[in-house]
Design a protein around this ligand. Structure first.
Ligand SMILES: Nc1nc2c(ncn2[C@@H]2O[C@H](COP(=O)(O)OP(=O)(O)OP(=O)(O)O)[C@@H](O)[C@H]2O)c(=O)[nH]1
Ligand SMILES: [Mg+2]
Length: 231
């Protein structure tokens, strides 16, 4: 992307954070986020059934969204590691709930399988969806769900289905736009505005929407800060 495009994009990001009435990232909370994720991160469990989940001893933050939206990449970016969560060009890489523990059992990040992955068999899609639903419904240590939306597409029907489930279960979720490095600034503005408008109609949606690029490291410190707030 040309440099002036990058500058324009940086301006949109500044405006998103600085002019948003829900902006409340102090230097202190940003530092707390950085410090949290300067610690080591380890994979502790991969679960494909409710019976095999790790014990609920630590608060958990889940990363949900369509297949290939960039969930595993975002976890790697937040934790500052390249290979903590496995990523792939091919949708359907993550096939179970993967749990990563940060620091000395301070918080866990949970990498979800993607929903809406057409190539998987119907029975495995059903199984993953049921597992995700049960996990969200019954996991009392779950403190926040991030719903990742590909900024090139904006909110699509599978995302709407997920939002409806979160609303029904009264699970607090927060939208994160991913891969913003792939958009021109004009496209980013129009997607962003559309997403804000639609998300405000959803009771359980957190009013602050993150703009991120795992590739370029954009928006990652604010995500770290929002996670650190939940400790
Ligand atoms: N340009 C760009 N590509 C990205 C970004 N984040 C992820 N990708 C690419 O998108 C593809 C999918 O990324 P993953 O992180 O594996 O996506 P996922 O949501 O975990 O996918 P599933 O596990 O299949 O549900 C990979 O080829 C990544 O390199 C980003 O910020 N910018
Ligand atoms: Mg994945």
């Amino acid at each position: 992307m040309a440099n002036n495009e990058t500058d324009k994009q940086s301006k949109i990001i500044d405006d998103n954070y600085l002019k948003n009435p829900n902006f409340d990232f102090t230097d202190e909370i940003v530092e707390k986020g950085k410090k949290l994720f300067s610690q080591s991160v380890k994979f502790i469990a991969g679960s494909n059934s409710m019976n095999s989940l790790p014990e609920e001893t630590v608060s958990e933050i889940a990363f949900s969204g369509r297949s290939n939206v960039g969930k595993s990449s975002l976890i790697n970016s937040i934790t500052g590691t390249k290979f903590t969560a496995r990523t792939s060009q091919n949708p359907g890489r993550t096939q179970q709930l993967n749990f990563f523990e940060v620091g000395n059992c301070q918080i866990r990040l949970v990498d979800f399988p993607g929903f809406g992955y057409a190539k998987a068999s119907k029975s495995s899609i059903q199984k993953w969806n049921n597992l995700i639903k049960s996990y969200i419904k019954y996991r009392s240590s779950l403190v926040r769900v991030f719903l990742l939306i590909d900024s090139r597409r904006g909110i699509t029907n599978p995302d709407r289905d997920a939002m409806e489930i979160f609303n029904k279960l009264a699970v607090s979720y927060q939208i994160v736009l991913t891969k913003i490095d792939k958009l021109k600034s004009s496209e980013l503005i129009s997607t962003f505005e559309g997403v804000i408008k639609e998300s405000h109609k959803n009771a359980a949606a957190h009013p602050f929407i993150h703009l991120t690029s795992s590739l370029k490291g954009i928006g990652i410190n604010f995500l770290r800060a929002d996670i650190a707030r939940l400790l």
